[in-house]
Design a protein around this ligand. Structure first.
Ligand SMILES: Cc1cc2nc3c(=O)[nH]c(=O)nc-3n(C[C@H](O)[C@H](O)[C@H](O)COP(=O)(O)O)c2cc1C
Length: 179
């Protein structure tokens, strides 16, 4: 792998699941931030992203809504489709949307562990965007993203992009020094 400073641009996959659309808004904001940092990106839903192409990316970012305290079936299916293939040498980042409650659980926590198990190095700690739920007859029928979360995730994307560039440059510098 090499970075924009040397041969080619760093590349990142931003993969997400979203029932009501707020995680998609957050994922696309995060992708914009990565682009601002000069990263080449591909952003798609878990159902539209071919997991066998993950090996093409330096940085893999995966997010989804927190439901019943954890990640949804779409996200878990995607992680299973990644199989046991080692992603060693690549970077990862986990995010989610969830309610502002100490009892909310976190999809990102599940995702972070799963990516870590596959050998990805987490470039930053997982991050959650806060939503409020819209209910009808006791059932959750929608979600609204809290003000400021979209721009926070755009800034976060830029920060994660720069951190990944720096980490890769340090690794390459080390390899060159050893050679
Ligand atoms: C069936 C269901 C279960 C949910 N369970 C939780 C939960 O355990 N913790 C939580 O913080 N939010 C929970 N929520 C709210 C979701 O986190 C919220 O709908 C989601 O973040 C919105 O993301 P989306 O717009 O991408 O679907 C639940 C929502 C649904 C529909």
């Amino acid at each position: 792998m090499s970075t924009g400073g040397s041969c080619r641009k760093l590349s990142a996959a931003v993969v997400f699941a979203s029932r009501f659309g707020t995680t998609e808004v957050v994922a696309r904001a995060f992708e914009r931030g990565l682009k601002e940092a000069g990263v080449e990106t591909f952003c798609a839903r878990t159902s539209e992203f071919p997991p066998q192409t993950l090996g093409n990316y330096d940085l893999i970012c995966l997010g989804g809504p927190t439901e019943v305290f954890t990640a949804t079936k779409q996200v878990k299916d995607f992680l299973n489709a990644m199989g046991g293939a080692s992603m060693e040498g690549r970077f990862g980042f986990a995010f989610d949307t969830k309610l502002d409650s100490r009892m909310s659980g976190s999809a990102a926590k599940y995702i972070e562990h799963a990516l870590d198990d596959r050998g990805l190095h987490m470039i930053a700690e997982r991050e959650s965007a806060i939503v409020t739920s819209r209910k009808e007859g006791g059932r959750i029928v929608g979600a609204v993203l809290r003000d400021g979360e979209e721009s926070r995730f755009e800034q976060l994307g830029a920060r994660v992009g720069r951190a990944t560039e720096d980490a890769l440059e340090r690794i390459e510098g080390g390899v060159q020094r050893q050679a």
